[in-house]
Design a protein around this ligand. Structure first.
Ligand code: AMP
Length: 221
């Protein structure tokens, strides 16, 4: 089962993808996480991608495509994946279809998580990420037990450099420009499910699981 999560930054794609991945036992593939790992390791790809990421701009397709193809070709993806952060443009949606054809599979579900701008800014400007296991926390909505320390692994929490309010607005602008055709693309294919993501994370997950369950038998949170 191959699942794509669409939605603006801050809609909760990463949070949902992580929980959903555990629930349906499929790997969570995040192009943002893959890129940040490349930046942290100082690879060629990371060096080229970094400037775009810091400014809240999309990294060019030429850099991302091979990274994703390689990731989706790994053994752990045999039963499917939860893809978060890709596709962000129509060209990427078409490139993903090419990768799916190459692996003789298809996208089964596309969930479009919709959130209002006020909720997005509140979520992202307070978000804290674990530098070790990438778990997400929030200064007020979901604070860690000890300041700046990950509850799960004890790693140090940090604020992403692109989670500053000015960069968040740029990312939302880029999303608004690029995403509409992607949503239409999947609507036309009949794979799109729209979900309000202003609710708390558990409520959103329940809706996603209900939709998957209605096609694949019952799944409970
Ligand atoms: P995310 O963690 O999904 O918010 O992504 C963080 C940043 O990584 C984005 O603002 C982009 O600079 C870059 N990025 C992630 N996924 C993509 C993608 N599919 N296409 C282009 N850039 C991406």
């Amino acid at each position: 089962m191959n699942i794509v999560l669409l939605g603006p930054p801050g809609a909760g794609k990463g949070t949902q993808a992580k929980v959903l991945a555990r629930q349906v036992k499929l790997p969570h593939v995040s192009t943002g996480d893959l890129l940040r790992a490349n930046v942290a390791e100082g690879t060629d790809l990371g060096r080229q991608a970094k400037d775009f990421m810091v400014k809240g701009l999309l990294v060019p397709d030429t850099l991302i495509q091979e990274m994703l193809r390689t990731r989706l070709g790994r053994d752990d993806v045999g039963q499917g994946f939860i893809l978060d952060g890709y596709p962000r443009t129509l060209r990427q949606a078409q490139a993903l279809d090419d990768i799916m054809s190459q692996f003789e599979t298809q996208i089964d579900f596309v969930f479009n998580l919709k959130a209002s701008e006020a909720v997005i800014i509140q979520r992202l400007s307070g978000r804290l990420v674990c530098s070790s296991c990438q778990a997400n926390f929030h200064r007020t909505n979901m604070p860690p037990k000890a300041a700046d320390v990950c509850d799960a692994c004890g790693g140090e929490l940090y604020q992403r450099s692109d989670d500053k309010e000015e960069t968040i607005r740029k990312r939302l602008q880029v999303y608004a420009q690029e995403s509409a055709p992607v949503i239409e693309y999947y609507r036309c294919k009949g794979a799109l499910h729209e979900i309000s993501a202003d609710d708390d994370a558990h409520g959103v997950l329940t809706k996603i699981l209900a939709l998957i369950g209605s096609h694949h038998g019952s799944l409970k949170v």
